[in-house]
Design a protein around this ligand. Structure first.
Ligand code: SF4
Length: 291
């Protein structure tokens, strides 16, 4: 799996799992599903993970099969990357899919805890599992240590834990495409132990009012669920993209800034990825990261 990436807000991707299943409207044009279907020929890395199905109008569409595969040979890849980088974890899947065993996710977290030189960005559309998993892991340092030992490392010095909790170089985020998914997923994110929390509003398909999730009724904006450190916004791309409401996108950006979050403006909706489109110079210049 390539360690470099065209994803603007990260430096590298790391895919210890492949395969997924759609959960909401934001998955409709999943690029991972398209790539997996493209490589689903015999012997290809997408074999068994995705396939082409025929729509009623006769055109073909990529669809996940529902099979997920751990890619065990990739599990320790970040330990070999010496140069510090931001690493998007599982760009070809969802780490918190219920078909991935806790013990395997423990290994992923052990690698991230060991590879302190990197910043790991985990994005999920399954925040319920993430919340349950993270609360469970927080209660058992021995689980993390056992996973580290499985790959011949230790995260203890004698009996003293070497890793501060929550793991400082791991950012946890949720994808949200509209108000319902934002409210539901950000609420769960806020109840999840994390050093840094973020939301990716891509594809931005609706008018997302952060005020629904963050309480600013008393003057000072305060979060009901904890601080939202970072937000990414992007419209959908591709030939049959769903247009983004640019005024709603502007309102979203303003609210994130008002709440003190860092903002990354990724793209307008349009036929090609990475398009500036209707964003002003000042909006397009917003390529921030949390401190
Ligand atoms: S959760 Fe992510 S990887 Fe899985 S189908 Fe949806 S967009 Fe694709």
């Amino acid at each position: 799996m390539a360690e470099t990436t065209g994803i603007a807000w990260t430096n590298a991707t790391w895919n210890p799992v492949r395969g997924c299943e759609r959960v909401s409207e934001g998955c409709k044009k999943c690029y991972a599903e398209v790539l997996a279907a493209r490589h689903s020929y015999k012997g290809g890395w997408g074999e068994g993970l995705a396939k082409y199905v025929t729509r009623p109008d006769g055109t073909k569409e990529a669809r996940w099969t529902g099979v997920l595969k751990p890619v065990e040979k990739m599990i320790d890849a970040p330990l070999r990357w010496k140069k510090p980088r931001r690493v998007f974890v599982n760009s070809m899947s969802d780490l918190f899919h219920d078909k991935i065993r806790d013990a395997y996710i423990d290994l992923v977290f052990a690698v991230m805890a060991i590879a302190k030189q990197h910043t790991f960005q985990i994005l999920t559309k399954r925040p319920e599992r993430m919340q349950t998993y993270m609360v469970g892991l927080a209660r058992s340092y021995n689980r993390l240590e056992a996973a580290a030992r499985d790959i011949c490392y230790t995260l203890k010095y004698e009996d003293i834990p070497l890793v501060r909790w929550p793991i400082q170089n791991v950012w946890l985020g949720v994808s949200a495409e509209d108000q319902d998914t934002f409210d539901q997923r950000v609420e769960l994110l806020g109840r999840t132990p994390a050093a840094m929390r973020f939301v990716s509003a891509e594809p931005f398909l609706g008018d997302i009012d952060i005020g629904n999730a963050f309480d600013d009724t008393d003057g000072e904006p305060t979060s009901k669920y904890g601080k939202l450190d970072w937000a990414i916004i992007g419209g959908e791309s591709g030939s049959d993209y769903r247009p983004m409401d640019i005024e709603a996108a502007r309102a979203f950006i303003q609210q994130v800034k008002l709440m003190g979050g860092a903002m990354f403006v990724k793209q307008d909706s349009g036929p090609r990825p990475g398009m500036r489109g209707r964003f002003t110079d000042a909006e397009w210049a917003l390529k921030e990261y949390p401190a």
